[in-house]
Design a protein around this ligand. Structure first.
Ligand code: TXA
Ligand code: MG
Length: 352
């Protein structure tokens, strides 16, 4: 299959550049598009055939449900049973990096929801994504636009590396701003269950709903035989080829953590030449090696999220066999970052 490329020129009107991709979507084809979180692989959410094409292109198990993307928060009620709490969340955080799981209506096929009676609804913050959905005239089912098991794509080049020749079209709208997938919450009566942390943090959610519960599996490995509520969270995700070890502070005194981390990384680099390091800008002058990458300046948490998946992909292009990665605060968006890093490391944490 030949994949069409559409590079958005932000100096020109967006709608006319999206004519071809919108037509492909409305005719049952697959289009990768930018969102503020990660790139999505979109197909018509009302078309069971488009959903199976998505699973095939990604090599994804079909019991893992797809998120349905809409152009306006109010469109949710066409596809799901909304509630007062949904309205509150929509007013506070949509368009934006939040997915809300609600009971589905009949028009959403079970192949989209992986057989579940619920559907994840999201109105993306990226104007290119919203304009594409509006022009296609259909809701857009979209998982992240990576081959299953690879880090989510935060740039069109990542999508091209994974899916060129397997889908109809890739829209290049620049780098994804957030860099981590959306926060997913499930509405259960008057409370929210956080199924996947993201840029809409637990602290932000608590401003809208006092009752926010973290699903098991966000911070801990689930016991054998139990399933998380978001089926996708059970797969080993975001996994680079090398073994990943997370390096976290294990002492009461955090004030000298950076010195200890630098010493730890230096020792690992001396021991083995195929070691990769994922640290902060401030560490770079003290470390020598071929595969030392930075998440950004130490205090710039938004930069860390923005860079994580790109760094993991860059490691994949090298021959490193072990990656040691620094972990910072786990509050705010730090919780989402830590959750993704835990998965990439298969929950391997070294306390120093
Ligand atoms: O930021 C995002 O959410 C990106 C962009 C493209 O919008 N999409 C994304 O999709 O990350 P995906 O398929 O890679 O991850 C969707 C997650 C999976 O873990 C899936 O199990 C969960 O959402 N999910 C979807 N529908 C659900 C439902 N009805 N109930 C529980 N979990 C659901
Ligand atoms: Mg994904």
């Amino acid at each position: 299959m030949k994949t069409e490329f559409v590079k958005i020129d932000f100096k020109k009107p967006i709608a006319e550049q999206l004519t071809l991709p919108a037509k492909i979507l409305s005719e049952g084809g697959l289009v990768a598009f930018p969102t503020e979180t990660v790139y999505g692989l979109g197909g018509n959410a009302l078309d069971a055939g488009a959903a199976s094409k998505i699973y095939r292109a990604k090599g994804r198990p079909s019991d893992n449900p797809l998120i349905v993307h809409i152009a306006r928060p109010a469109d949710a009620e066409k596809y799901a049973y909304t509630s007062e709490l949904y309205e509150k969340l929509a007013r506070a955080f949509m368009p934006g990096p939040l997915t809300v799981v609600l009971p589905k209506k009949e028009n959403i096929p079970f192949s989209v929801t992986g057989g579940l009676q619920t559907v994840g609804i999201r109105c993306p913050g990226d104007p290119v994504a919203r304009e594409l959905i509006r022009l296609a005239g259909v809701p857009v089912a979209a998982p992240s636009a990576n081959v299953s098991g690879r880090p989510s794509p935060t740039a069109a080049s990542h999508v091209r590396d994974d899916l060129n020749g397997r889908i109809d079209c890739i829209i290049d709208g620049g780098e994804a701003e957030v860099g981590l997938e959306s926060t997913i919450v499930k509405v259960e009566g008057d409370h929210l269950v956080l199924l996947r942390p993201g840029a809409i943090t637990p602290e932000m959610l608590k401003n809208v709903c006092e009752n926010v519960v973290l699903d098991n599996g966000i911070l801990d490995k689930l016991p054998e035989g139990t399933a998380p509520q978001a089926p996708g969270m059970k797969y080993r995700h975001y996994a680079p080829r090398a073994r990943v070890y997370l390096v976290r502070n294990g002492r009461a005194d955090v004030s000298d953590f950076d010195e200890r981390a630098i010493l730890f990384f230096r020792r690992k680099l001396e021991e083995n030449s195929s070691v990769g390091i994922l640290g902060y800008d401030e560490y770079l002058p003290y470390l020598t090696g071929n595969h030392i990458y930075s998440l950004g300046a130490k205090d710039d948490e938004l930069a860390h999220s923005h860079h994580l998946f790109d760094c993991l992909r860059r490691f994949d292009e090298t021959d490193v066999t072990e990656i040691y990665a620094v972990v910072g605060k786990t509050s705010g968006i730090g919780l989402a970052l830590y959750n993704r890093m835990l998965k990439a490391s298969a929950y391997t944490v070294i306390y120093i």
